[in-house]
Design a protein around this ligand. Structure first.
Ligand SMILES: *[C@@H]1O[C@H](CO)[C@@H](O)[C@H](O)[C@H]1NC(C)=O
Length: 380
C-alpha cells in the first residue's frame, strides 16, 4: 500500500518534467533527423551489415633490401611465375590528387610497364570539374612515354540517373582502353593489371612479388588505410585494390573479385588533399554525396581544417565499421609520430609533401588559379 502511494505521487511530480523533456526531444530529433538516422545506422552497422571483403589473408613477408626470388615465392606458398614475358599495367581513375599520382608513378615506375589514366571533366555527381591531369601533364613529363590517357566527357545527372552510372562508365572506358592495348602485345605475353583508385597505392616491392610469383587469377591488396595524410592511420581496413592476370573475361572493377588478399601490401590515403577546396569538391562530387544530407555547413573551410588536424570524420558522422572494436577504435584516432615505411618518393621530397606527413595538417591557403587551374566546383 505504502509503496503504491509513493509511486502515484512520484508519477505526478514527474509529469511536468516528462512533458518538457518530450517536447525538447521531439524538437531536437526533428532538427537533426539526418544526423540521428546516420548515427543509428552506423552504430548498429556491426549488427545489420557483415564485413565485406576477402577472407583468405596471405601472410606477406618483406624486409628492406630483400631480393625477391623463387625462395620468396615459396615463403608465400606460391610457385614462381612460368611465363617469361610479363607486362604490368597500372590502371587508375584520376580525381584531383596530383600529389598522390606523382608519388605513385615514382613508386611504381621501376615495376610498371604502362600507366593508364582516365579522367573526366565532371564529378560522378555531374558537377563540372577541371581536368587536373591534362592541365598538369608537364609535371609527369618523365613518364610521358609510359602514359595512356583518356578524357571521358561527364554529364549532368538526369532524374533517375545515379552517380554510380557515371562511375561505371569510367570503368567500362578503362576496360576498353586496356583491351585495345593488350591486343597489340606479343601473343605469349602474360599481362597483370593493377586495378585501384588513385589513392590506393601498392608498394613497389608488392608488385615485384606479384610479377615474380604465380598467385592465381586475381588477388586483392590489403592496404594501410590513412585519412587526410599519413598522420592518421585507420587500420589495415582497405582491400578493394586488386591485381588481375588479364584474360578476355576480365574487366576493370573495384568490388570483390577473389577471396584472397595479400596482407599489408601498400597504402590507401583517403581524403589526402593539399587544399581545403578539394575537400569541398570531393564531398559534393563523389558517389556517396548523399552523405552531406543537405548540410552545407559541413563544407565550411574552418570546420574542414579543424577536422583534418583532429583526425575526425569529415562528414561529422560515425565512421563505417563492421565490428564494435573497430568502431570505437576509429572514433578516437591518435596522431602517428612515425613516418617509417612510407613511399620512398614522399620521404625524399618531404618538404614538398609536408601536408601528407605527421605534423603537417595545416592546409595551404588557396593557390593562384594558374597553378592548378580554377576549381569550378569550389564553394569553400
Ligand atoms: C565535358 O566535355 C564534353 C566534350 O568536350 C562537353 O560536351 C561537356 O559539356 C563537358 N561537360 C561538362 C560538365 O563540362
Amino acid at each position: 500500500m505504502v509503496w503504491a502511494f509513493f509511486r502515484l505521487q512520484r508519477g505526478r511530480l514527474l509529469l511536468l518534467p516528462a512533458f518538457v523533456f518530450t517536447v525538447v526531444l521531439f524538437y531536437l530529433v526533428s532538427q537533426n533527423s539526418y544526423q540521428i538516422t546516420n548515427a543509428l545506422s552506423s552504430a548498429t552497422r556491426p549488427i545489420w551489415d557483415k564485413a565485406e571483403g576477402p577472407k583468405n589473408i596471405i601472410t606477406h613477408y618483406y624486409s628492406e633490401g630483400l631480393h625477391i626470388n623463387a625462395d620468396v615465392c615459396k615463403l608465400h606458398n606460391w610457385k614462381p611465375r612460368a611465363a617469361s614475358r610479363v607486362k604490368i599495367l597500372d590502371a587508375i581513375l584520376m580525381s584531383t590528387e596530383l600529389d598522390l599520382l606523382e608519388i605513385r608513378m615514382n613508386e611504381l615506375d621501376a615495376v610498371v610497364d604502362r600507366f593508364f589514366i582516365i579522367e573526366s571533366n565532371a564529378t560522378f555527381t555531374g558537377l563540372p570539374k577541371e581536368t587536373f591531369f591534362a592541365l598538369n601533364r608537364q609535371r609527369f613529363a618523365k613518364f610521358e612515354k609510359k602514359i595512356s590517357y583518356r578524357l571521358v566527357p561527364g554529364y549532368a545527372l538526369e532524374p533517375g540517373q545515379s552517380p554510380f552510372d557515371q562511375e561505371n562508365n569510367h570503368r567500362v572506358q578503362m576496360t576498353n582502353m586496356l583491351r585495345a592495348h593488350i591486343a597489340e602485345l606479343l601473343p605469349d605475353t602474360q599481362t597483370l593489371v593493377i586495378m585501384s583508385d588513385i589513392d590506393e597505392l601498392p608498394a613497389a616491392h608488392t608488385v615485384q612479388l606479384l610479377r615474380m610469383c604465380d598467385f592465381g587469377q586475381s588477388i586483392h591488396l590489403q592496404l594501410r588505410n590513412y585519412v587526410y595524410s599519413f598522420e592518421w592511420l585507420v587500420g589495415l581496413t582497405s582491400w578493394r585494390a586488386s591485381v588481375h592476370v588479364w584474360n578476355p573475361d576480365v574487366y576493370y572493377r573495384h568490388g570483390q573479385s577473389s577471396d584472397t588478399v595479400l596482407a599489408d601490401a601498400g597504402w590507401h590515403c583517403s581524403y589526402c588533399f593539399r587544399t581545403i577546396s578539394e575537400y569541398a569538391t570531393k564531398m559534393q562530387g563523389f558517389s556517396h554525396a548523399d552523405r552531406i544530407g543537405g548540410r552545407l555547413d559541413l563544407l565550411d573551410p574552418k570546420r574542414i581544417q579543424d577536422t583534418i588536424c583532429k583526425g575526425k570524420d569529415i562528414f561529422g558522422m560515425l565512421p563505417e565499421a563492421y565490428s564494435y572494436v573497430d568502431l570505437f577504435s576509429k572514433l578516437s584516432l591518435e596522431p602517428l609520430t612515425t613516418a617509417v615505411g612510407l613511399p620512398l618518393f614522399l620521404t625524399e621530397n618531404a618538404e614538398r609533401f609536408r601536408f601528407l606527413l605527421p605534423g603537417g595538417c595545416q592546409r595551404e591557403a588557396p593557390r593562384p588559379s594558374t597553378e592548378t587551374g580554377p576549381m569550378v566546383g569550389d564553394i569553400g
